[in-house]
Design a protein around this ligand. Structure first.
Ligand code: GS8
Length: 220
């Protein structure tokens, strides 16, 4: 039976980008159904994710899977023929999940606060964001990818944020590369992979969106 794989997402969502990268890495054909950025929630999204009503949702043969990190694990288990994302050793797995949670708890929320605020609040968010990135840079160390020689779960979880770096730097006037050079080299290494470059939007397009939202919100 042919598999039916549908991804509900929208282009600037770093959570959604994680899922596209994983599907591309696994070589899975899928249909992308984009929600409008500001058009309200579609009936399909409300049906498929009635609890959180959030993107992304993966619909596999009609059944929804929600929450991007849970979706990544699902993809890795279902399509385990190539490009493993999680290590098989239980201890290593626990460490990978720890760092992916760290990205979600520390890096993504402070990144969002940078572009959704100004003044002192923005400064505090910037500090927390850079602190988080520096910890991650330490964890990366001299490795090519977070998992070692090949791209894995942490890489796929974190690299989508890099498409927002330009917008963050522009709105809060800082330079990530100056403080995290190894991390920026890692971003470039990931971007050499088609699965990543195909899934991430143009940073200028993200910046235009940020400028527009800041204007609506009266922040600029
Ligand atoms: C977060 C998803 C999320 O915030 C995950 O999938 O990992 N923990 C979840 N999705 C956003 C779009 S991306 O910024 C979303 O759907 N927001 C709509 C809303 O909050 O109502």
């Amino acid at each position: 039976m042919a598999e039916e794989v549908v991804l509900l997402s929208f282009w600037p969502s770093y959570y959604g980008m994680r899922v596209s990268i994983a599907l591309e890495e696994k070589g899975i054909n899928y249909e992308l159904k984009e929600e409008a950025v500001n058009g309200g929630k579609s009936p399909l999204l409300l049906k498929m994710n009635p609890i959180h009503k959030k993107l992304p949702v993966l619909i596999h043969n009609g059944r929804p899977i929600c929450e991007s990190l849970i979706i990544l694990e699902y993809i890795d288990q279902i399509w385990n023929h190539r490009s493993p994302l999680l290590p098989s050793d239980p201890y290593q797995r626990s460490q990978v999940r720890f760092w992916a949670d760290y990205v979600d708890d520390k890096v993504y929320p402070s990144g969002r606060r940078i572009w959704m605020s100004k003044g002192e609040e923005q400064e505090a968010a910037k500090e927390e964001f850079m602190e988080g990135l520096k910890v991650l840079e330490g964890e990366l160390g001299e490795k090519a990818y977070f998992g070692g020689e090949t791209m894995g779960f942490i890489d796929v979880s974190l690299v989508p944020m890099s498409s927002w770096f330009y917008a963050l730097e522009t709105c809060a006037n800082f330079n990530i590369e100056a403080e995290c050079p190894k991390l920026m080299n890692w971003v470039k290494r990931c971007m050499e992979k088609e699965s990543v470059s195909k899934s991430l939007p143009d940073p200028h397009k993200v910046n235009d969106l940020v400028l527009e939202i800041r204007k609506w919100e009266g922040l600029d």
